[in-house]
Design a protein around this ligand. Sequence first.
Ligand code: HH2
Length: 268
Amino acid sequence: MGVINVTPDSFSDGGLHRAAPSAIDHARKLVSEGADILDIGGESTRPGSLPVSADDELGRILPVIENVRNLGVPVSVDTSKPEVMREALRAGADMINDVAGFRAPEAFEVIAASAAALCIMHMRGEPRTMQADPRYDDVVADVGRYLRTRALEAEAVGISRDRIVVDPGFGFGKTLEHNLELLRDLQCIDGLGWPVLAGLSRKSILGKITGRDVSDRVYASVAAALLAVINGARIVRVHDVRATRDALDVYEALHRLPERSHTTGSSV
Ligand code: HH2
């Protein structure tokens, strides 16, 4: 999943694609580099970011959705506002990705009234305050319980299981240790029964580990995406599509090999 932030303030590429023509060119580039899904966002969710109005968000994303829906890949829209979800779906979006887990009243109902897919993400609190001393009894169990509850609630309003994706929300109200535990034990989230999406691309946890600035986290991001896939993620949300695609191509080539029979080591 390639990220297109049509925002002035996103943490890694804020302002780069705030004008629709630039965002559309970027979408074309990501598809040519191997993105299977595009994720368009009109509101930054970085820690401390301030909310924008639904009108402003729609003004940013609608021209982009209309111009990228014919690129041959599904279009996801990253939003937490039901009115933005509704208009985005009307404009041709195939999926809604909500970092707030569809907590807004009517959010699930808007999706249920469409044929769209949805990504339910775990976030503790809201972007303005989420990094203030996050605590969990057991982060993997707590996040897993939340995602399971929300996914079952989505199914209860009539959204079929094959439309639902879950995401532990790396960096959203979690310390470095919380994020690492979630990455190490991602199989537990995968074991819930819904496909898992993981977004680690360029995030500050990678900066904390490598000491690198946000503009210099491509290698760390590729490593994190690959580890997420090895540990069960079915979709990785990334800024650097070409580099990630190459890494996943190598991983997938291994998986296409026929199984070797393990009868003896001495014949090697
Ligand atoms: N991370 C970001 C935004 N949306 N959606 C999902 N499902 N999972 C994520 O991990 C996730 C997400 C933050 O990254 P970015 O869009 O690059 O930055 P910003 O929120 O500042 O626009």
